[in-house]
Design a protein. Structure first.
Length: 185
């Protein structure tokens, strides 16, 4: 168990709130910075993007989305149909290589419609050429998931990911259009 002792030292040093290691369905290590951390829900911030990515994979497996090479214009017919925008695919959103300008959350969050805000951005680079970290890409993925499945992203996650994994205590915030926030919280 020496590696777990070293692991505990490392997470204490990095001021991690909590950690759990499970092997063969048995918890072999559990750490909480203090007793409050054992009961407190934690914001997972950008880990949400990874969960959303898994949900996109599940939706492809279930046949809701054809594949990652599907152009996003299929889901947003109101999207500016210039040549570059038509080339943006789900894969580009997943890899944050859509080419869409990203002014940051400070631009999207106060807007009344987050999806429209993202779709109205100019294309700065050809899709697939440059990675730009963007919560906007993740918000579009959440909207696509909801459009294709007929379920809110949170409900889809509950049915196909959270419940099978035994995850029951969570809260997923939504934007003004009732789209689960794809990039944070």
């Amino acid at each position: 168990m020496k590696p777990l002792t070293e692991f505990e030292k490392a997470i204490k040093k990095d001021k991690v709130d909590s950690g759990l290691v499970q092997r063969n369905n048995t918890v072999i290590f559990e750490y909480f910075r203090n007793n409050k951390m054992k009961e407190k829900q934690h914001k997972i911030y950008s880990v949400t993007k990874s969960i959303l990515s898994a949900l996109i994979g599940i939706s492809i497996d279930k046949g809701y989305i054809e594949n990652v090479n599907t152009p996003i214009i299929n889901y947003f017919p109101e999207f500016n149909k210039d040549k570059e925008n038509q080339r943006i695919t789900i894969k580009h959103l997943l890899t944050m290589t859509s080419g869409l300008h990203w002014p940051g959350n400070s631009g999207m969050i106060p807007s009344k419609n987050w999806v429209n805000f993202v779709l109205e951005q100019d294309v700065d680079h050809p899709p697939g050429k440059e990675m730009v970290y963007s919560c906007g890409s993740s918000q579009l993925l959440s909207a696509i998931l909801q459009k294709t499945t007929g379920l809110n992203t949170e409900d889809f996650a509950k049915k196909y990911l959270f419940t099978p994994l035994g995850i029951t205590d969570y809260k997923w915030n939504r934007d003004a259009q009732d789209i689960a926030i794809g990039g944070s919280d």
